[in-house]
Design a protein around this ligand. Structure first.
Ligand code: MG
Length: 366
């Protein structure tokens, strides 16, 4: 099978109520890039990459499309089902920029699945659970608003909650106390600073909330600061932004730098590399979140397949990103019920894009 054409679409995904996190950053609408990979076998695959603004990770929406303009011409004529060779070729043609490659790698897995008549998770180790536990992310804001958001998510069946902090330490202490007001023993809270604290600020917040059992997520930007914080706080520590490549995962394991990790598919460069990082973490007994930065139904399908094929004792949670958006770009995406994500066994990713939402491609490489 050969790739004959790569079409690029741009979709705006307005976020319900907006999404605020560390350093006073708010994203009202996410700029998503969807790609369609056509083949000479009359099978098409879909992928999506959606950065969360240009300030969250070293990725940005225009960069996805610029990167594809460099990369896509090199991929015409390659076999999408040879995912390892495809991945190696992408690394040879464009150094770095994993988020650009992620959409291609996901589309290749979609094609692989459709050709074999099997769901994508069959190529990631196979289904290991009926549904994956999810967390609900609570946008940073007024402590009382955050408390109400937790109550609302709890009513919908969620038992894991992520509180966005990483702002003013005194306010963050209030946010954590308010969000965790009424927390029960069976619930999990993650307080995610998204790199927003200085070392001393992270320590201040952690020490002041030591009586509350929660997971502190990515307190600082620098890896060395996170290591220092980890050595001194009593909270369970999760790393997210510090783990941008499989090599970062190896380093964190060697340094005993975290108790929990976060795999985001586009951060790692696609399903192939995310699977490797996931299995490495699982082999070391480190639980993880399996998700992506942002995105619609295609991103959610990809992360859903990776999540349900993860060893159950290694999967802390996943997320239903498409449910945070007001625009829906495909049918067949994983369904959320009672705080769990259900992924179908339909061939490939199992999604069917809505061409009326995608519109005309902004670029075509053939
Ligand atoms: Mg995080």
């Amino acid at each position: 099978m050969k790739i004959t054409r790569i079409s690029v679409y741009r979709v705006n995904l307005p976020i319900t109520g907006g999404y605020s996190f560390a350093k006073a950053k708010t994203v009202l609408s996410a700029d998503s890039t969807v790609i369609r990979v056509d083949t000479d076998a009359d099978i098409s695959g879909w992928g999506e990459t959606c950065p969360l603004g240009p300030f969250y990770l070293p990725s940005y929406a225009e960069g996805v499309r610029a990167g594809l303009s460099v990369l896509a011409p090199h991929l015409i004529g390659l076999d999408p089902c040879q995912t390892a060779a495809l991945s190696r070729r992408m690394d040879r043609e464009l150094r770095g920029h994993p988020y650009v490659k992620s959409a291609i790698d996901v589309a290749a897995h979609d094609i692989l699945g459709k050709q074999a008549g099997l769901p994508v998770h069959a190529f990631l180790g196979g289904r290991q659970m009926e549904a994956a536990p999810m967390y609900w992310s609570v946008s940073q804001g007024d402590p009382d608003d955050m408390r109400r958001a937790v109550v609302q998510a709890r009513q919908q069946g969620y038992r894991q909650f992520q509180l966005k902090v990483g702002g003013d330490p005194a306010q963050d202490i209030e946010r954590i106390r308010a969000g965790m007001d009424g927390a029960t023993a069976g619930e999990t809270f993650l307080c995610d600073a998204n790199t927003g604290w200085r070392r001393d600020e992270a320590l201040k917040v952690a020490f002041a909330t030591e009586d509350l059992g929660y997971i502190i997520e990515q307190p600082c930007d620098l890896y060395s600061d996170n290591l220092s914080v980890r050595r001194r706080v009593r909270q369970i520590l999760k790393l997210d932004e510090s783990l941008q490549r499989p090599e970062d995962v190896s380093q964190a394991l060697a340094d005993d730098a975290c108790d929990i990790a976060c795999i985001k598919i586009s951060k790692m460069g696609g399903l192939s590399k995310s699977r490797f990082a996931r299995d490495l973490l699982a082999a070391h007994g480190i639980a993880m979140t399996v998700e992506d930065v942002w995105g619609g139904e295609i991103v959610t399908a990809a992360l859903g397949h990776l999540a349900i094929s993860t060893a159950p004792d290694a999967l802390l949670n996943t997320t239903d990103l498409h449910n945070y958006n007001e625009t829906h770009l495909a049918t067949g995406a994983p369904e959320s019920r009672e705080g769990k994500l259900y992924v179908s066994d339909a061939p490939g990713l199992g999604i069917e894009p809505d061409m009326a939402v995608l519109g005309d491609p902004v670029a075509v490489y053939a």
